[in-house]
Design a binder for this molecule. Structure first.
Ligand SMILES: Cc1cc2nc3c(=O)[nH]c(=O)nc-3n(C[C@H](O)[C@H](O)[C@H](O)COP(=O)(O)OP(=O)(O)OC[C@H]3O[C@@H](n4cnc5c(N)ncnc54)[C@H](O)[C@@H]3O)c2cc1C
Length: 343
């Protein structure tokens, strides 16, 4: 399906090969670095069509998004901590040294969860770059500097307010090494897909590498497996058009509710009670969600993430269960799922 921007109509297009590359699911969460388009469309479409999904419980949160009330939240790159900036709460306590031997340079999930736990205790968190970077800040980190100055914060002399934000989905539509999904004629690449290369916790910068490698593989596979024959090719047809329901205030409110419950219960720290509560809220929202639009897609992805998180009885990578805080080596395997109630 596509939308004709000129008329606002929904079009049914037919193609011999379809590649999903619509990015991630960040908009499911109250706090995210992801752009407004990251509404899980490709994942939800594939799931509704019956495709196999993988590793949906693994959502990576970036520890240091700039907490200045913007949505999406701008990133404060990890390189700022790499240069020696430290994390402190509003009591001036440097809390990372008590949590991990690498302190601020601990893995993303450890730092993100530590900041989240500070927030749960009512504290705010800042990145103190004053002595480590100080006057060099504008030259060393011009983009972060500009965001800070625009928000009235001078990182040369003030702490930078930070908070964890949903950043990347390791899971997605399950694909093989050529980007083939479980459905005939359907490929996926980039963040929409789950190749397995990121495990439970992507290393910084590997997503662009993956998108390049698998984007190219998908193109090769589409060309090789189903040879392109211009003479026999029928272009996508406008089979029928369907009016698009408007995203009204009720839908916007429902998306807001969903984003809050996902951040609170299906975010950095999870437990069975909270996950069940989130699934119950998702079911209520599904009941009033209409046939189309970002809400429906976000609900599909939210359900898949919450269900997968409920089923993994351990903590691993970005998936942390306070009721199962240890990693269980017997569970060191990928998870696969399908949308149970394909609507
Ligand atoms: C702030 C930020 C910084 C990052 N920095 C890095 C980094 O340094 N290194 C790294 O490796 N990764 C980084 N990432 C992650 C990386 O950017 C993403 O994983 C990557 O962009 C995913 O590429 P993609 O092509 O799959 O999806 P996207 O780049 O998200 O592209 C998806 C496209 O599909 C479009 N789309 C979505 N839905 C629809 C629809 N229904 N119909 C039509 N079009 C649609 C969107 O508008 C968008 O153009 C960063 C992410 C963020 C948010």
């Amino acid at each position: 399906m596509a939308r004709d921007n000129a008329t606002g109509e929904r079009l049914e297009l037919r193609a011999r090969a379809t590649v999903l590359a619509t990015g991630g699911v960040g908009r499911l969460y109250r706090f995210t670095t992801n752009p407004v388009e990251a509404t899980a469309d490709g994942i939800a479409m594939a799931a509704r069509a019956g495709a196999l999904l993988a590793d949906m419980e693994f959502v990576q949160f970036h520890p240091t998004a700039l907490a200045i009330g913007r949505d999406p939240m701008p990133l404060v790159t990890e390189a700022v901590r790499g240069e020696g900036a430290t994390l402190v709460n509003d009591l001036g306590e440097r809390f990372m040294t008590a949590i991990h031997p690498d302190a601020e340079l601990a893995p993303r999930d450890v730092v993100a969860r530590a900041i989240f736990e500070q927030q749960q205790r009512g504290r705010t968190v800042g990145l103190d770059a004053r002595s480590a970077i100080g006057a060099r800040f504008p030259q060393a980190f011009p983009t972060v500097f500009r965001f800070c100055i625009d928000a009235g914060i001078d990182p040369r002399v003030q702490n930078i307010p930070v908070a964890p934000a949903a950043h990347y989905l390791m899971g997605g539509v399950a694909v093989d090494e050529w980007g083939r999904t479980s459905l005939e004629n359907l490929w996926a690449c980039g963040e929409t897909s789950a190749t397995g290369v990121h495990g439970a916790n992507r290393l910084a910068s590997n997503s662009l590498l993956e998108a390049l490698v698998y984007g190219s593989r998908v193109a090769t596979d589409v060309a090789n497996v189903r040879p392109w024959k211009p003479s026999g090719y029928t272009p996508p047809v406008r089979a029928r058009s369907i009016p698009v329901p408007r995203t009204g205030a009720a839908q916007a409110q429902a998306i807001n509710d969903l984003r809050n419950v996902m951040y609170a219960n299906v975010g950095l720290v999870r437990n069975a009670g909270g996950l069940r509560e989130a699934l119950a809220r998702i079911a209520e929202l599904e009941a009033g969600a209409g046939e189309d639009g970002p809400l429906r897609n976000l609900l599909v992805a939210g359900r898949l993430i919450a269900e997968a998180a409920l089923e993994r009885h351990e903590s691993r990578g970005s998936h942390y269960r306070s009721d199962y805080p240890k990693t269980d080596e017997a569970l060191a395997k990928r998870s696969f799922s399908r949308l149970r109630s394909v609507a």
